[in-house]
Design a protein around this ligand. Structure first.
Ligand SMILES: [Cu+2]
Length: 168
């Protein structure tokens, strides 16, 4: 009988390489979520996964990479921008993303019905943020929810539980 030593050696080498990122500097952990714009009729369809006005909170540990698979299930165009929670809701244009890469490519124009886009950023500063739709009028009408970047959390969590599918 043949033993898969080659496979085992590959795993060991991979583990050594993964541990070899310099003096203890581990690569960022990643949390992946699927966020659906306009899921059901809540808030007139201006919602993320059926939640609006901060009803949904995603908490991630500081320093983790956050990857959001953003899908538009509604008949309107929608976008996604992560902003500081203290930012005023946008009047003419959405605010600058709180982290590099923390927005869909066209925050004002959005993505069309049935389309999807992946957003990925490193949550490098602790604090309270909003993820909102940058299409004019949508955030003002409540199309925003909450992202907390926690200096103490060890793992991502979602409130309400199950509102968002989280893959670590
Ligand atoms: Cu929108």
């Amino acid at each position: 009988m043949r033993t898969p030593w080659g496979v085992l050696a590959g795993v060991v080498v991979g583990a050594l390489l993964a541990g070899g990122h310099g003096a203890g500097a581990a690569p960022p952990r990643t949390v992946t979520v699927t966020l659906v714009a306009g899921l059901g009729p809540a808030n007139g369809g201006l919602n993320f996964n059926g939640y609006a006005r901060g009803e949904l909170t995603l908490t991630v540990p500081r320093g983790w990479r956050v990857t959001i698979h953003y899908r538009n299930r509604s008949a309107l165009r929608h976008s996604l921008v992560v902003t500081p929670a203290t930012a005023a809701q946008p009047d003419a244009a959405p605010p600058t993303p709180a982290f590099p890469g923390a927005a869909t490519r066209d925050p004002l124009g959005g993505i069309g019905p049935g389309h999807e886009e992946t957003v990925s950023f490193v949550a490098e500063r602790a604090g309270r943020y909003e993820f909102l739709c940058g299409v004019l009028g949508h955030a003002q009408a409540g199309m925003w929810d909450t992202l907390v970047v926690s200096p103490s959390a060890r793992a991502p969590r979602v409130h309400p539980v199950g509102a968002l599918e989280v893959v670590q």
